[in-house]
Structure formats: structure tokens, C-alpha cells
Design a protein around this ligand. Structure first.
Ligand code: GLA
Length: 395
């Protein structure tokens, strides 16, 4: 017999499952926006950020879906006698709220950066011990997105530290995206969703190179090129989904260290990975080729597909790879990737995509913006060195 006491004992457990936190519906598709670090590092200022926000609107980036304007490290200089975090008064003379207000006036969202340890990676004041105080201040400034780094954390537990800042952000009452920047060391894909992280870095920092692995000045490992980051995404797809994404780091498209072919590959692969698309170049003077990469709406639609499935590597033969992502309508986005030094033909077989080989499917090229016709069993195309061909295969 079920007693009243028994029912009451169960009741709190049922209530506790309902998520009423302000952050519960955030990042249902991978966040899109711009961040200052890859191009400007510590050289951030009110004028630069405002002009970049203007450029997001004028260039058509906003129209293509880019939303967050994120100031990375070095906006902060100190804490006052009460422990309140202070923005750099020289570079941000009207305070951080004024920057947020300007960004919001353009219909965009405002992102800031801090760190779970005592200092940020650039040596500015970190959040340790000030999490709730900072969250209240960020909310008052209108912050919509917080990237939280992992420098100077000594013996801190990563999962507990990120759970703590998520609780603090939610306690502020404002819906704030939490970007976990822990570089993959403690496997954040295993616990990032549970602690309310909306995205988590899976690797060390990206560098503006196709292929590279560079140690940090302190000897720790590493900054990677596009391929090095890509290889570290294999096996992580099942951890991603609406509200919680693997983050292979921000885009380097347009920063000058790769060819346009390589930038197109970088962007297409990030879209197949359902990665956050956070541009990191100077949007105020983009070449048309770079603009066309960042605003390719057919490729962005793959990244932003509502099913929220991360794509996977489904075929590999030496330097030739096939990556595929299931979309909400049952079709597949496919990237044929040639890592080699000469043009090669690459084939995607229907079995690799999860289709029976007798199926006839329409193929559309997302860079030529062209329907290529119907194919049965497989699709093949010549692919340039370091290039991709990206198509949708729709039965
Ligand atoms: C770390 C992060 C980078 C950037 C810098 C800022 O290296 O991984 O993305 O935020 O810190 O100092």
C-alpha cells in the first residue's frame, strides 16, 4: 500500500526535475557571433567593439545569423575595495554597460570573458571567489554570454568550478550563455551539459594555420591548426545537442594565415560539426571572398539545423575523408575533404551516410549553389588539395 508519507517523499524528486532556470532554453542551435581574441588579442576598446558591431550589421553578418559580440580577455583591469570587477577605464571610458547598451541597440547580444581561476590567461583579475558578485554585475551590464577560461586554477575541480559559475549566473536572474573554455583537459563533454554549460572547448587554442601543433611559451601543449583540431573531434559527436555543443574553438577565417580554399574547408567542417560559429577576423574590411565564406547561408543552415546532430567522419582513406551530418528532414550534409597535396576524386557511398545503396537521391552543391541532379548509391567529385566539396544528399 502507498502511504501519504510515501507519496510526499517522492513528490520533491518530481518537482526537482522541472528546470525553471533562466538559462534553460539557450543555444538551441550552435551560438553564432564574433569574438575579439583571434585578431585583436589584448587590444580591445569601446571604439573597436562598437565599430565591429556596426560591421556585423552592415556586412550582412547579422542577417546571416551572427548574433553575439564577445569581448575576450583584457577588458578588465582590477577590482575595487569591495571586490567589484572594474573595466579598463582608458579603453572603455563609458564603462561596460554602455558597450552592452550599444550592442543591444543594434539588435545584437553582448558577450564577456572571465576565468575560473585567480587570474585570466592574460593575467587580468579572474573570477575565483567572486563568482556571484561578478554574475550580478554582468547581469546589470546586460551580458548575454560568458566565456569562462581555465588559466590559474591550480587544484580547482573543473566540473565543480563550472557548476558554480552557472549557479551564480542563473542566480542573477538573467539568461546567460555559458561557454566553458577548459581546453578539453578534464573531458568537459562528459559533464558540460550536466553543469549547465552551453558549449565547451574540446581542445587547446586554434591557430590561423591549416596544419600545426605549437607548444605554449610555458611548455604546455598546444595550439593547433584546423586539421589538428578536426582530428580531436572524432568520437565526440554523441555529446552534442540542442543547448549543449562541442566547441572546436573560434573561426580563423579571414585572418590571413590560410588560403581561401583552406578557409572554405575550415568553415564547412565547422558547420558539419555543428560547431559554434564565432568569427574572429576584422569584419570592417573583409575581402569579398572572405565575406562570401562567412555568410554562405546554405552552409550556415547545415550548422544551424534544428535536429542539432553533430556530424561525424564516416569514411577515411589516407588523406581523403568523408564527413556526414544528419539533418532534420532526413537528408545528409556531406563534406568530401582532401588533406593531400594534389587534387583527388573522393566518393561518398550511401551506406556511409546511412542510406541503402539502391536509393536515388538529389545532390546539391552548397558552394556552387547548384543542384547537381540525381545519384544512386554514391556521389563522387574531384576535390582540390586542402579543399572540400560540400553537398546535401536528399533521397
Ligand atoms: C585562452 C583561451 C583563448 C583566449 C585566451 C585569452 O588561451 O583558450 O581562447 O580566450 O585565453 O587570454
Amino acid at each position: 500500500m502507498v502511504t501519504i508519507a510515501g507519496v510526499l517523499l517522492w513528490f520533491p524528486a518530481l518537482v526537482a526535475q522541472e528546470d525553471n532556470s533562466p538559462s534553460r532554453n539557450l543555444a538551441l542551435t550552435p551560438p553564432m557571433g564574433w569574438n575579439s581574441w583571434n585578431k585583436f588579442a589584448c587590444n580591445v576598446s569601446e571604439d573597436m567593439i562598437k565599430s565591429m558591431a556596426d560591421a556585423i550589421v552592415k556586412s550582412g553578418m547579422k542577417d546571416a545569423g551572427y548574433e553575439y559580440v564577445n569581448i575576450d580577455d583584457c577588458w578588465q583591469v582590477s577590482r575595487d575595495a569591495s571586490g567589484n570587477i572594474i573595466g579598463d577605464p582608458r579603453n572603455f571610458p563609458h564603462g561596460m554597460k554602455a558597450v552592452g547598451d550599444y550592442i543591444h541597440s543594434l539588435g545584437l547580444k553582448f558577450g564577456l570573458y572571465s576565468d575560473a581561476g585567480s587570474k585570466t590567461c592574460a593575467g587580468r583579475p579572474g573570477g575565483l571567489g567572486h563568482e556571484y558578485q561578478d554574475a550580478i554585475r554582468y547581469a546589470a551590464w546586460g551580458v548575454d554570454y560568458l566565456k569562462y577560461d581555465w588559466c590559474n586554477t591550480t587544484t580547482q575541480d573543473a566540473k565543480a568550478s563550472y557548476a558554480n559559475i552557472r549557479a551564480a549566473l542563473d542566480g542573477s536572474g538573467r539568461a546567460i550563455v555559458l561557454s566553458i573554455c577548459e581546453w578539453g583537459t578534464a573531458k568537459p563533454w562528459l559533464w558540460g551539459k550536466e553543469v549547465g554549460g552551453n558549449l565547451w572547448r574540446t581542445t587547446g587554442d586554434i591557430s590561423d594555420k591549416w596544419e600545426a601543433k605549437t607548444k605554449w611559451p610555458d611548455g604546455s601543449c598546444c595550439a593547433y591548426g584546423v586539421l589538428g583540431i578536426l582530428d580531436q573531434q572524432v568520437g565526440l559527436a554523441s555529446y552534442a545537442g540542442p543547448g549543449h555543443w562541442n566547441d572546436p574553438d573560434m573561426l580563423e577565417v579571414g585572418n590571413g594565415g590560410m588560403t581561401d580554399i583552406e578557409y572554405r574547408s575550415h568553415f564547412s567542417l565547422w558547420a558539419i560539426l555543428a560547431a559554434p560559429l564565432i568569427a574572429g577576423n576584422d569584419l570592417r574590411d573583409m575581402r569579398p571572398e572572405i565575406h562570401d565564406i562567412l555568410t554562405n547561408k546554405e552552409v550556415i543552415a547545415v550548422d544551424q539545423d534544428a535536429l542539432g546532430r553533430e556530424g561525424e567522419r564516416v569514411g577515411k582513406n589516407g588523406d581523403l575523408e568523408v564527413w556526414a551530418k544528419q539533418l532534420k528532414d532526413g537528408s545528409r550534409a556531406v563534406v568530401l575533404l582532401n588533406r593531400g597535396s594534389a587534387e583527388q576524386e573522393i566518393t561518398a557511398n550511401w551506406e556511409e551516410l546511412g542510406y541503402p545503396s539502391h536509393l536515388s537521391a538529389a545532390v546539391r552543391d552548397l558552394w556552387q549553389h547548384k543542384d547537381l541532379g540525381k545519384f544512386t548509391g554514391k556521389f563522387s567529385a574531384p576535390v582540390a588539395s586542402h579543399g572540400i566539396v560540400m553537398v546535401i544528399v536528399k533521397p
